[in-house]
Design a protein around this ligand. Structure first.
Ligand SMILES: [Zn+2]
Ligand SMILES: [Zn+2]
Length: 225
């Protein structure tokens, strides 16, 4: 099942929906991929022989100790893992997108630097060859619907998260629509094609952010769950 809708204490909209302009919502969106990465890294490095103190139990304890959203998991964590270990795992994942969950793949790209533009791989301006190539690979990664959500929900989450985290070249109305829809998708809803088209038309009619948010709330109440 999806997560319940909650108001963001920073922007007042639904949590996640204020990204990328609301820093708190943007950090929550980053956590969608970061949480999956931490879990994956624990599986990869926690079971590797010879790594002292990287047992799953200890990592779990660290996670429960209060994670700062968007802080990432590189750095001296004192658990025997190094930034080099993490980078090696990221490079491996980046080379085999079709073997990994999209959340893990997106997080791996964030840990690599583009040789062409120097930005995080896949996050540079549209038109950078290295980033465009890596960005295209994202869609080879695996999407698994959470239990109890309509089929295709995970794909919709992925597209919206991808757009919100890499908004270059996306029109303002589309970015607004995708960010405002994200909380409902995470809650387990999915618009029909007709509802999505109706929203798209409403967004293009160019009203204020508050009016658009109210429309998204109204339309989302009709989504299948
Ligand atoms: Zn917010
Ligand atoms: Zn680049």
């Amino acid at each position: 099942m999806g997560e319940p809708l909650r108001r963001c204490t920073a922007c007042g909209g639904w949590e996640y929906g204020g990204a990328p302009s609301c820093a708190r919502c943007a950090a929550l969106v980053d956590d969608i991929v970061e949480d999956a990465w931490r879990e994956f890294l624990t599986r990869m490095l926690g079971t590797r022989p010879g790594v002292q103190g990287a047992g799953a139990g200890e990592l779990d304890a660290r996670g429960a100790g209060g994670h700062v959203p968007g802080a990432g998991s590189t750095g001296a964590a004192g658990d025997g893992r190094t930034a080099g270990d993490e980078r090696a795992v990221a490079e491996m994942v980046a080379e085999e997108p079709d073997r990994h969950d999209w959340r893990v793949f997106d997080a791996a790209l964030d840990r690599l630097t583009c040789d062409d533009c120097g930005d995080r791989l896949g996050r540079g301006l549209a038109g950078c060859p290295g980033c465009d190539l890596a960005h295209g690979f994202r869609y080879a990664a695996i999407e698994t619907d959470r239990s109890g959500v309509p089929p295709g929900n995970e794909h919709a989450i992925r597209v919206n998260v991808s757009v919100v985290r890499r908004p270059h070249g996306i029109s303002a109305p589309e970015l607004l629509g995708r960010s405002l829809f994200l909380p409902f998708l995470l809650a387990g809803a999915l618009p029909t094609t007709r509802q999505a088209q109706r929203m798209s038309a409403l967004l293009k009619s160019g009203v204020t952010r508050e009016e658009v948010a109210a429309l998204v709330d109204a339309v989302s109440a009709e989504f299948s769950r």
